[in-house]
Design a protein. Structure first.
Length: 434
């Protein structure tokens, strides 16, 4: 985690203090369930809750771990220092370290998912607002980076909304899939601990019991979770790339908000660079960086090994913190994005009506000309626009072969911009509903 790209609420989920608090709650709830079953004395379970307001000493736990070389044992030793060794003797009864580590990790991922879901909901609100605002703002659509046919800025925002709405559904599914816990003991057989204890702990922590664990929760769940985060990151980059293109000097259809006092370059005072969306492109790469290691964590040896542990200690906090920051930053970019409708119209008209070529092609075929001949007629006039700077409509009106099939009025009608926006309402209804 880098503080520059972090927000406090998400960072707090991954703090040592939060981790040890969750470990404590797992152990305390497990003791309650054991006492209910008569496995341990009720007074011992109650004694564990004496530490409910304790702020665990991270430095002390680290000091103990330096000797034990085992983080869970270090924590349990520190817990016993607070509640007394005799009272703590039934803590962790029949449990294994992974019961604590995996259940805690999934609690953290679930909480992180809740923040990310809220982030996407905020981004969706911004995209919807801008889509409605620019529903009819004409701009040129591009394929291969080349002018294609007219679209609207509202449709651009709407397609990003639809993509992020799919991501919202993916995140909710990922959250649901990762929200499991396991208190099943060594190799997951419940030999030394009753399944009812797992059910109790999971209920208290807002999780579902893992249907079958080994000594760990299956890592296909985590692979799916981080794959989802990678997809969200790619969608962020998709939006950021479009904005970066629109801000290019020779395009300038939109640009990031440039605040008073902001500087674009240490060398060139005139610069206004798309620094936020360039930053988002980089952050998206970091989010995707977690996907392959998470996939590789699925294949563990037998009932358990710890090859996944070092990976998850990194990608858990790093990916969720980075994605949280990126989503928040993108929402700010969309909220304040400066749109230049006049430049959009000027760009579309840069090649003097060329973008209406398909309408003319279709009109010729409907008038009885073969598709091959229609294409030749339209293309030969279009090439004059590319190569000689001619006006497309003027060339068509002067082409005797075209005029044999289309009247001047019919050609004029093919340059009506409204033709390309007639179904915007239908698309908006599909995306946003009524």
């Amino acid at each position: 985690m880098i503080l520059r790209y972090s927000r406090p609420e998400m960072v707090d989920i991954w703090s040592a203090a939060t981790k040890f608090r969750i470990w404590y709650e797992i152990e305390a709830h497990a003791c309650d369930a054991m006492a209910d079953l008569g496995v341990i004395p009720r007074e011992n379970a109650d004694a564990v809750w004496k530490a409910k307001d304790v702020e665990f000493d991270v430095a002390r736990i680290d000091e103990i771990e330096a000797v034990t070389k085992h983080d869970v044992i270090a924590f349990l030793t520190h817990l016993a220092e607070h509640i007394g060794s005799d009272e703590a003797r039934f803590v962790h009864q029949g449990m294994t370290s992974s019961d604590v580590l995996d259940t805690c990790f999934n609690v953290q991922l679930t909480r992180a998912a809740d923040i990310l879901i809220a982030d996407v909901e905020a981004l969706l609100a911004a995209l919807k607002r801008r889509a409605i605002e620019h529903k009819e703002t004409i701009r040129i659509g591009r394929s291969h980076g080349i002018h294609a046919e007219p679209t609207t800025m509202g449709l651009t925002f709407a397609r990003f909304y639809a993509e992020m709405d799919r991501n919202l559904a993916r995140l909710r599914t990922a959250r649901d899939e990762i929200a499991t816990g396991a208190i099943s003991g060594a190799v997951g057989t419940f030999a030394n601990i009753d399944p009812a204890i797992e059910e109790h702990v999971c209920e208290k922590l807002g999780l579902k019991p893992e249907p079958i664990s080994t000594q760990v929760i299956p890592r296909d769940r985590h692979a799916a979770f981080f794959a989802c985060l990678g997809v969200v990151g790619s969608s962020i980059e998709n939006i950021a790339t479009e904005i970066r293109h629109m801000q290019r000097t020779e395009v300038l259809e939109a640009e990031e908000f440039f605040s008073a006092g902001q500087k674009g370059s240490s060398a060139m005072p005139h610069k206004r660079n798309p620094v936020l969306t360039e930053n988002l492109t980089g952050l998206a790469r970091l989010c995707r960086m977690a996907v392959v290691p998470a996939m590789e964590n699925v294949a563990l040896w037998h009932e358990r090994d710890i090859s996944h542990s070092s990976v998850e200690r990194n990608i858990g906090p790093d990916t969720t913190v980075t994605l949280d920051f990126a989503l928040s930053r993108l929402t700010g970019v969309i909220d304040k994005l400066v749109i230049y409708p006049d430049n959009m119209l000027a760009n579309m008209n840069k090649f003097r009506g060329l973008v209406m070529s398909q309408r003319v092609l279709l009109a010729l075929t409907q008038a009885g000309v073969s598709r091959e001949d229609s294409y030749k007629l339209v293309q030969r006039n279009a090439m004059k626009v590319w190569e000689e700077g001619k006006d497309f409509k003027t060339e068509l009106l002067a082409d005797e072969d075209v005029l044999k099939s289309l009247s001047a009025e019919e050609i004029e009608e093919k340059f009506d911009l409204g033709y390309h926006t007639k179904h915007v309402d239908t698309i908006f209804k599909r995306v946003f509903g009524d």
